[in-house]
Design a protein around this ligand. Structure first.
Ligand SMILES: [Zn+2]
Length: 268
């Protein structure tokens, strides 16, 4: 049993939709969506604290857990939950997540997480395009949009007209196509064009790292920037990358408010 520690702050996005944030800037934005019958936890953060304890106290409803992709700041705490939904393509990153978090969460906390993972490995339920979480009065549809990683999904909350998109659209930082498991810019573009086809169904975007919602024009910017890269017309400018990205000579391309950091050898 993990002990309770510092708690997330919460912010109401819409009736029954809350953002959990604030443990550490590195950690992703976590969302709790409640219907009349069930709830859905979108992403789990790093495991800086006992998220399950918190969520169990935030809602009286039974809830499912889903991760938008397997990165350690989103899927680091999946081992706290008995069952976690994800795309099949997220498994590799999710398997590595707790170990990746060791420097961020510290050796003591890491040890606790590893023991939890070993004692109670989460069951994984794989979701793909069209899968729906029925919460009672709210339905969230899974849309696969690989690019930032091979296992990226978004969740479309049809009643609240919100798209929860993980890291495929983010303003607080660049859209990172330079992470080791990123796909090509062309594959990212295909996914963003697929989301753009659904743009009539949402008014707001909840990203994995922005405490404020983003307007749909942000998605248009991502498509425009990615098209500029793929066509070669707007390749962007050289960008400094921290050593963690392995010495890639990256470029940064911008359109509207969106900026994409990418590897010019992985345009596709
Ligand atoms: Zn990510």
């Amino acid at each position: 049993m993990m002990g309770q520690s510092a708690q997330h702050k919460t912010k109401q996005i819409a009736p029954g939709v809350r953002l959990l944030y604030g443990i550490d800037d590195f950690e992703c934005c976590i969302y709790l969506v409640e219907g009349s019958e069930r709830a859905l936890l979108i992403d789990t953060g790093c495991g800086f604290n006992d998220l399950k304890f918190e969520v169990d106290h935030l809602t009286d409803l039974s809830y499912d857990v889903v991760v938008t992709h397997g990165h350690c700041d989103h899927a680091g705490a999946t081992c706290m939950f008995p069952k976690v939904h994800m795309a099949r393509g997220a498994v590799g990153d999710a398997d590595a997540a707790v170990d990746m978090n060791r420097p961020a969460i510290g050796d003591g906390r890491w040890q606790v997480m590893k023991e939890a993972e070993a004692c109670h490995p989460s069951e994984r339920a794989f979701v793909s395009d069209g899968f729906e979480f029925e919460l009672g009065g709210k339905t969230l549809e899974v849309i696969e949009n690989p690019g930032h990683t091979a296992g990226d999904i978004s969740l479309l909350d049809k009643q609240d007209r919100i798209l929860f998109c993980g890291d495929c659209l983010v303003q607080a930082m660049d859209v990172l196509l330079v992470v080791p498991t990123a796909l090509t810019v062309r594959q990212y573009l295909t996914s963003m064009e697929k989301l753009l086809e659904r743009a009539g169904e949402f008014d707001r975007i909840c990203s994995g790292h922005d405490k404020d919602t983003l307007p749909p024009t942000f998605l248009e910017g991502a498509v425009e920037a990615a098209r500029g890269i793929v066509s070669g017309k707007e390749p962007g400018n050289p960008a400094e990358l921290p050593p963690v990205f392995g010495g890639i000579e990256a470029l940064r391309a911008k359109a509207v408010n969106t900026s994409i950091l990418y590897n010019p050898e992985k345009i596709g």
